[in-house]
Structures are given as structure tokens and as C-alpha cells.
Design a protein around this ligand. Structure first.
Ligand code: GFB
Length: 317
């Protein structure tokens, strides 16, 4: 059965300024939605239960996309585990609890593919959850994300809440974080090659060995999948949202190089961590419901680079 959200019904996108939240806002607005609720950190700190309760009481959303959180790449995750654990646990718990109190009819919670064991069989099915040890570089974040899934399931079991969990693979696109210390690999490489092109440098350093494999999904595809799942998915447990194929980090670096600074060579800094050896989701469950991604990696890199040139401070072609 389809869950229908009328264009004038209040929909709260928690985390609307981030990579994912901003894409969901774009997708909902493009679909004609006219009653989007958003709140920035000055209006409500999602780590504060009383503030979240008060905001929810006042605005009474019918539906929530819970995509807020403290996020970052491998270095940020491994050096700031306390923040990743505390912020995300609090945000998930507060919003889920307040959603139940305010009788929100449906909530979609966004996790991450790092919830799965480090050495899970590839491609990773939803059944791999909690079957083995996590990747140490992002264990804190993964624990918080797993707690969010279990909260959605517990609230469904005990209170009958229609709260669902989607697990995206590695994401990229407009409004990503391009800071070299805290970003994920794709925006980091885009910035590094662009900086090298501007300064006339002829080589770029890529962290690790270049052999880990990652799957990359454009955030506009993810946003489309989230809206699809809001309408069509009502089960407990996570559902994977992937692209369907992966690349080695060395190959990704070459793809970004070819778009941004084709003359540059690539060097590897093996003193930096590789993280999980491979992270490719099995998205068969989602495909069987009828959803597929539409933006391939080369096109996505090109359009994201155009966005970067037009929007990131200091970057002009
Ligand atoms: O994207 P990333 O930081 O996160 O790194 P994870 C992916 C791979 O790219 C790792 C390598 O093997 C990195 O060593 N890499 C190469 C780089 N050059 C760079 C660079 O300049 N910057 C970065 N950041 N990486 C994250 C988790 O894991 O995945 C989060 O830490 C989250 O919890 C996210 O789940 C989706 O894919 O390793």
C-alpha cells in the first residue's frame, strides 16, 4: 500500500542544510511539495530533547525525514569518535522519541553502509547487520547508526510507529563538505585536483593504498530513493540504497583527475588508513520494489565539479 503525502501536508526534513537534507528538499520541492519544515541549529539543537519536543509540539509535522547528524570521512571519524557517537545518538533518540510523542505518522531514518561488519560478504545484504566486528575507523559512528535502526524497530514493536530505516552507500554531490580534513574521499579528491590545477602542481596525494573499493551514489539519486521509500516501504530493519557497482579508490582518483586536472599524476600516502577493504551494498530488495539509480559516476563527478566551481568559496574556473 502506498503512503501518500499531499503537497500541503507538513513534512520535516531534519538536517536540511547537509548533503542529503538539501537534496531531499530539492527533490520534494521539484515534486510540488509546498509545506516543508526545516530548522537550523540556532532554532533547535537536535541534541537537546526539550528543545526538540517543544519544536515538534509547535510545528506538528505529519512526516519526518531524519537525515541530520554529525558526519565525516575516515579521518574525522577516527579522530573525533566521541562527537560522532554522542551527537548522533542524541539526535536520533531525541527526534525519534519526539516524533512518537507528536504522533508523526511516518519517519524515514537514514543510516550508513558502515553499520555492516568490516569483513561482511560482498555485496552486503541487510542480513549482515550485527554478524561480525565493525571497521575500527568508524566504529563510533556505526554504533550510533545501528542504535538508530534499533530505535525505529523498537518504536514500531512497542508503540506501533511507522518508522523505517534506509542505509545509503557512500554519497556525493552538491552541498558536500569539501574540507580536506573532515570530508569523504570524493569531495576531497575534487578539491585536491582543483587546488593542484590552480597552483600548477603536477601531482596529487591520495590517502592509503588506493586498493579499497567503494560504491558511490549521487545524492540526487539517494533523495529520489528516500521519497520512494517514504511512499512504498513499511518494514522493520534496514533497506540498502546503493548504486550497484564499486570502484577502487585509485580508479576513483583517476576519474576525478580526468575531469578536473588531466595532466596530474597520482601518488599514494600509505601512512593514511584504508578503512574497510570493500563496501558494496546488495540493493536487490530496493530494486524489487521498483527503484533504480539514474546518475552514473562519471556524469555525477562532472556535474558535481560544475557545482563546486560555481559555489565553493575561492573556486572559479
Ligand atoms: O570516504 P572516506 O573518508 O570514508 O574514505 P570510508 C574512503 C577511502 O578513500 C579510504 C581513501 O580508503 C581513504 O583512505 N582516501 C584517499 C581518502 N584519499 C582520501 C582523502 O583525501 N580523503 C578521504 N576522506 N579519504 C566513511 C566512514 O568511511 O564512510 C563514515 O568513515 C561513513 O562513517 C562514510 O560511513 C560513508 O568509506 O572509509
Amino acid at each position: 500500500m502506498t503512503f501518500v503525502v499531499a503537497p500541503d501536508e507538513p513534512v520535516f526534513v531534519a538536517g536540511h542544510r547537509g548533503l542529503v537534507g538539501s537534496a531531499i528538499v530539492r527533490r520534494l520541492e521539484a515534486g510540488g511539495h509546498r509545506n516543508l519544515l526545516t530548522a537550523n541549529r540556532q532554532q533547535v539543537d537536535l541534541r537537546d530533547q526539550a528543545a526538540v519536543n517543544a519544536w515538534m509540539d509547535q510545528h506538528r509535522p505529519r512526516v519526518i525525514y531524519l537525515v541530520a547528524g554529525t558526519v565525516g570521512g575516515i579521518l574525522a571519524n577516527s579522530t573525533r569518535p566521541a562527537e560522532f557517537l554522542y551527537d548522533n545518538l542524541m539526535i536520533h533518540a531525541n527526534v525519534i522519541q519526539a516524533a512518537r510523542s507528536a504522533q508523526v505518522e511516518k519517519l524515514l531514518y537514514l543510516g550508513s553502509s558502515c553499520i555492516y561488519p568490516r569483513l561482511a560478504d560482498q555485496p552486503i545484504t541487510e542480513e549482515a547487520l550485527l554478524t561480525g566486528p565493525l571497521e575500527p575507523t568508524n566504529e563510533a559512528y556505526a554504533i550510533a547508526k545501528i542504535a538508530g535502526i534499533k530505535m525505529c524497530d523498537a518504536y514500531r514493536t512497542q508503540y506501533g510507529c511507522n518508522f523505517v530505516s534506509a542505509m545509503p552507500t557512500n554519497l556525493y554531490g552538491p552541498n558536500d563538505n569539501f574540507d580536506l580534513e573532515s570530508s569523504h574521499v570524493l569531495p576531497a579528491l575534487m578539491r585536491k585536483f582543483d587546488d593542484a590545477r590552480r597552483s600548477g602542481a603536477d601531482s596529487v596525494t591520495v590517502w592509503g593504498t588506493g586498493t579499497p573499493r567503494r560504491e558511490f551514489l549521487h545524492v540526487d539519486d539517494l533523495a529520489d530513493a528516500c521519497v520512494f521509500l517514504m511512499a512504498r516501504y513499511t518494514e522493520p530493519g534496514p533497506i540498502n540504497v546503493g548504486f550497484g557497482s564499486d570502484v577502487a579508490i585509485g580508479e576513483l582518483a583517476a576519474l576525478v583527475r580526468d575531469v578536473v586536472h588531466p595532466e596530474a599524476s597520482i601518488e599514494f600516502d600509505t601512512s593514511k588508513p584504508d578503512g574497510m577493504p570493500r563496501k558494496l551494498l546488495d540493493s536487490d530488495r530496493l530494486h524489487q520494489l521498483g527503484w533504480r539509480p539514474s546518475i552514473d559516476l562519471e556524469d555525477g563527478i562532472r556535474s558535481t565539479y560544475e557545482w563546486y566551481l560555481a559555489n565553493v568559496t575561492g573556486a572559479t574556473s
